[in-house]
Design a protein around this ligand. Structure first.
Ligand code: PEP
Ligand code: MN
Length: 338
């Protein structure tokens, strides 16, 4: 159950609703939007009905939602959410290109990739300082030093930075350096981590879990929104199927479902989905044609020497050509570059 407050509702009126719910043994999560404040109720629906919340001052309406997700549901919040990452914007009707190295390996490598992203016309720089690797013997990322390098790349190129955070205890550190926090596929249901990033004011890019349904993905986003952070970008990055010829199976259908079900922007990462550089461009084009709100790709000046995911990295000139194509395609489809 969700309480939608009137546009002109005062803080005292919002607090009164929340207080009444708490007194009745429920929990109330207040989410302040640009236009309306909404309050998500957790607890017994029958008890809440008895409170007659609709008669309280400042309350616009009560919505009973049939879907398990509420705050991220389009049914509740039909206007699209635009997420600002530094000067860049990600949202419906726009197209935002994100590019950068899979992992920050050194200042020189990251800076080369950041310049390539900037020159190609990308709007956001990606790069991992904390890497979730399948093998504990693989390169785990530079950690804090990697964050400092990313900040230097931002300084040099002006591009805002999105980078992954792996653990709740690192959220504060990563949030002080990054413009947006990435939750990787392996952590999509790390609820402690979701709550922690939900408590920050930084935008969050939430990648779809390796084996997660769209509903589970949206429920994970709900954890972040429930903590008061509605700056969420969903990222489809391929799921596990029986098909071994690509690293994962890019689920553009799932991307479209997420867009239909949610007001949040949904982008696509064809690099991690396909795992091979020759397959990145076709799926990036398909993603734009299908309506994705952005695309995120890996770039490396020397993929053969990359410490992480080299086979899927584009070279700078390939990124340049792809970005040009995607921008042309998005513009032809009437979208703004974010
Ligand atoms: C990444 O983007 O660097 C990454 C690790 O992606 P995923 O979580 O989708 O595997
Ligand atoms: Mn990677």
């Amino acid at each position: 159950m969700v309480v939608v407050m009137k546009r002109e509702a005062t803080e005292a009126e919002i607090e009164r609703v929340a207080e009444k719910v708490r007194e009745a043994g429920g929990e109330a999560f207040v989410s302040r939007g640009a236009v309306h404040t909404i309050i998500g109720l957790v607890g017994e629906t029958a008890v809440f009905r008895g409170l007659e919340l609709e008669s309280l001052p400042g309350v616009d309406r009560i919505i009973q939602i049939g879907k398990p997700y509420k705050m991220v549901a389009r049914a509740l919040h039909p206007e699209p959410t635009f997420v600002r990452v530094g000067p860049a914007v990600v949202g419906r009707g726009m197209f935002t290109m994100i590019a950068g190295p899979c992992a920050v390996e050194s200042e020189e490598q990251a800076m080369t990739a950041a310049r390539a992203a900037k020159d190609a016309g990308a709007s956001i720089l990606r790069g991992g300082a904390f890497k979730p690797r399948t093998s504990p013997y693989s390169f785990q990322g530079l950690g804090r030093a990697g964050l400092e390098i990313l900040a230097a790349c931002r300084e040099e190129t002006g591009l805002p930075v999105v980078t992954e955070v792996l653990e709740p205890r690192d959220v504060e550190l990563v949030a002080t350096w990054a413009d947006a926090l990435q939750i990787g596929t392996r952590n999509m249901q790390n609820f402690a981590l979701l709550k922690e990033v939900g408590a920050t004011k930084k935008p969050v890019m939430l990648k779809r879990g390796l084996s997660a349904t769209v509903e589970e993905w949206l429920m994970a986003a709900e954890y972040i929104a429930q903590r008061g952070n509605s700056g969420i970008i969903l990222c489809e990055r391929g799921i596990r199927t029986f098909e071994p010829s690509t690293r994962n199976t890019l689920d553009l259908g799932g991307m479209a479902v997420a867009q239909l079900e949610s007001h949040l922007p949904v982008i696509v990462d064809p690099s991690h989905a396909m795992g091979h550089k020759d397959l990145v461009a076709p799926m990036a084009r398909a993603a734009v044609a299908a309506g994705a709100d952005g695309v995120m790709v890996d770039v490396h000046h020397d993929p053969g020497s990359a410490l992480c995911d080299g086979p899927q990295a584009l070279r700078p000139e390939e990124l340049q050509a792809l970005t040009k194509e995607l921008h042309a395609l998005a513009t032809a489809l009437g979208r703004q570059i974010g």
